[in-house]
Design a protein around this ligand. Structure first.
Ligand SMILES: *[C@@H]1O[C@H](CO)[C@@H](O)[C@H](O)[C@H]1NC(C)=O
Ligand SMILES: *[C@@H]1O[C@H](CO)[C@@H](O)[C@H](O)[C@H]1NC(C)=O
Length: 407
């Protein structure tokens, strides 16, 4: 990211927000048959608002105890009995600085994604893969043999455990050739809404999966699958994993949610979210994946080729995280907005839904004039009982943390 691209942020945000606003004001225009079969409309009760009361407390900023970088996302996942946060853009602090109060202003360089160790303290993480001057290195490496350079983005979501005996995990990512002046629009668009138009303009290549192993005890990407480093071509298939990824503790499956293919045009149609799953132990075998074709057709091995409100699971969800909550007895999807600064929770009996409407548990206050809030993150390891949920989200490249306690 350059300083001039930082300056473009305000402009691009306004464009995106006005598109979001327009889409909200006029609800999706659907053909009759789609109206009959819109599987993305809320269904069933929201267990939280229906059966419980809750109180939400703001806990503060999440910081690393060994750097003062600014960043976004931080989706959590487990590997080898520990929990890790996968961040998006990491804006380095000045070399050697670990106290945010002592960081000097200005741009000190960045990486496109990074991984940190979560701790028992919701406000503290420990950055991994630091170089000798304390700059966190990129988690998902680019490969020059596939034509990738440091200008490529690798939007990642949660780390998912594949094999708990050998401590092998995986991370889904979206390969994006970042074109000058466009990347913030696309980044913002994915993160706020889970959708993006004009695929060729934004340089989306495809969604892929990487193998993650503990090397010297630290999660490290050891292999990226696919001839060109991805499996799902962004033009013709959903971008599985760019919205959310989840290792279901109640089944053998890993689930991944992703935005519509680039060939799908128009704001409304390109904002649907599609889902796939695979048995965790088979996560590196593309042939073993199953695709959700909607409630009427269910899971199929056949790759999804029809992208409609029937085959989608959500619409304009933004990036978030799915967790199982033992206390509530349901799956919970954590997200923000997209038009507001609200932290929203929806519930479902199964990861493929049907998902209820959202309950608002908090409204964030954007930091700074152009501050954006997005990317709902769950921290289930902090209360395995599920009685409370610690949630973090991005606020203008800071990570803020709240705690929701259920009665
Ligand atoms: C930061 O947190 C990690 C994980 O809890 C811990 O191992 C490390 O000692 C901490 N470092 C500092 C400087 O407190
Ligand atoms: C992107 O460009 C390729 C090659 O020119 C074309 O086949 C594809 O349809 C384009 N995709 C979109 C979304 O315009």
């Amino acid at each position: 990211m350059t300083l001039s691209s930082l300056a473009m942020r305000a402009v691009t945000v306004l464009i995106v927000l006005s598109q979001v606003a327009a889409a909200r004001i006029s609800p999706p225009v659907l053909t009759r048959s789609q109206e009959d079969l819109d599987n993305t409309r809320p269904a069933g009760v929201n267990i939280i608002s229906h059966d419980h009361t809750f109180t939400t407390n703001f806990l503060g900023l999440q910081l690393a105890n060994n750097s003062a970088s600014h960043r976004d996302l931080g989706f959590t996942g487990q590997l080898g009995g520990r929990w890790y946060a996968v961040y998006g853009d990491v804006l380095w602090c000045a070399p050697g600085v670990t106290d945010p109060a002592k960081d000097s202003p200005g741009f000190h360089g960045m990486v496109r994604d990074a991984i940190s160790l979560c701790t028992d303290d919701p406000l503290v993480v420990h950055d991994l893969h630091l170089d000798i001057v304390g700059r966190q290195q990129q988690f998902i490496p680019f490969h020059t043999e596939w034509g990738e350079t440091g200008d490529f983005g690798f939007g990642g979501t949660s780390l998912v455990e594949v094999d708990s005996e050998t401590n092998v995990g995986a991370v889904f990512y979206l390969v994006v050739k970042i074109l000058p002046g466009v990347h913030l629009l696309l980044a913002v668009s994915i993160e706020l809404t889970g959708s993006c138009q004009n695929g060729n303009k934004t340089g989306y290549r495809g969604a892929g999966i990487a193998k993650v192993q503990l090397l010297d005890g630290i999660p490290t990407v050891t292999h990226r699958f696919g001839d060109r480093g991805y499996w799902w071509d962004a033009d013709s298939t959903a971008r599985y994993g760019d919205v959310a990824a989840f290792r279901d503790p109640r089944s053998e499956y890993i689930y991944a949610w992703g935005g519509a293919p680039m060939k799908i045009k128009g704001w409304v149609d390109s904002s649907y979210v599609y889902q796939c799953r695979v048995k965790a132990t088979e996560a590196f075998d593309l042939a073993r994946y199953e695709y959700w074709w909607g409630r009427q057709m269910g899971w199929k091995s056949e790759s999804l080729t029809t992208f409609t409100a029937e085959t989608a699971v959500m619409w304009m969800s933004g990036q978030g995280q799915v967790v199982w909550n033992d206390y509530l007895g349901c799956y919970v999807f954590v997200r923000l907005g997209p038009l507001s600064n609200d932290v929203l929770l929806r519930t479902a009996p199964l990861p493929e839904g049907p998902w209820s409407d959202d309950v608002k548990v908090f409204t964030a206050t954007p930091i700074g004039q152009d501050g954006m809030t997005y990317a709902g993150v769950a921290h289930p390891y902090l209360d395995p009982s599920g009685r409370s949920m610690v949630i973090s989200y991005t606020n203008n490249n800071n990570i803020e943390v709240i705690k929701v306690a259920f009665d």
